[in-house]
Design a protein around this ligand. Structure first.
Ligand SMILES: CC[C@@H](C(=O)O)C(=O)SCCNC(=O)CCNC(=O)[C@H](O)C(C)(C)COP(=O)(O)OP(=O)(O)OC[C@H]1O[C@@H](n2cnc3c(N)ncnc32)[C@H](O)[C@@H]1OP(=O)(O)O
Ligand SMILES: [Co+2]
Length: 148
């Protein structure tokens, strides 16, 4: 793991929360993006080398809708930057962590992502995040990108 890539915050109203975070961080949102495979819309704010990712739900069966219903607004996950997501997934699986996806999938902001179940990490949902360096537009959203 090389840094905290982003902290994901579940919000009910992305536009209203965006204004709050723009003022709080004194910076503008640099990107908004919908990720249909996750049922989320996102807004990103740079904070030093890390980011805040605001997450709103786009459908009722989204993980964010479920989280908001059960816990309300707040920190939803921590994403760690990795150089080689496939190698990290293999390492963590061998150490007994529970992977929520067996293969990396395309997330927001030009990243490949994978999640660890919160029961593996003391109640915190962890996202692994690798920057896509080549041909991001050729990767299908939400689909696994490696066969093994
Ligand atoms: C935009 C794309 C991407 C990016 O590029 O950055 C994203 O960030 S997408 C973010 C949204 N996507 C995900 O969260 C995918 C991974 N999440 C999941 O697979 C599920 O949400 C889950 C973590 C497996 C939980 O699903 P489920 O088991 O159906 O929900 P429950 O409500 O029944 O919860 C079971 C258990 O887990 C606790 N929980 C749930 N969510 C969280 C959380 N975010 N942080 C901590 N704990 C969480 C929940 O409280 C339950 O605990 P118990 O009641 O003690 O059993
Ligand atoms: Co995230």
């Amino acid at each position: 793991m090389n840094k905290i890539e982003h902290i994901g915050i579940a919000v009910k109203d992305l536009e209203a929360a965006g204004k709050t975070y723009e003022t709080l961080l004194n910076t503008e949102c640099y990107k908004t993006e919908k990720v249909e495979s996750e049922g989320v819309e996102t807004a990103f704010y740079q904070v030093g080398e890390s980011k805040i990712e605001l997450l709103g739900a786009t459908r009722d069966d989204s993980p964010i809708a479920k989280f908001l219903e059960k816990k309300g607004e707040g920190i939803h996950h921590i994403a760690f930057g990795v150089e080689d997501i496939k190698a990290e997934m293999k390492r963590l699986k061998a150490e007994g962590y529970v992977l929520l996806n067996e293969k990396p999938k395309k997330g927001a902001d030009n990243k490949l992502v994978a999640f660890l179940h919160p029961k593996s990490s003391n109640g915190v949902l962890v996202e692994l995040c690798q920057e896509i360096k080549e041909e991001p537009d050729t990767l299908p959203e939400g689909d696994a990108v490696w066969d093994s």
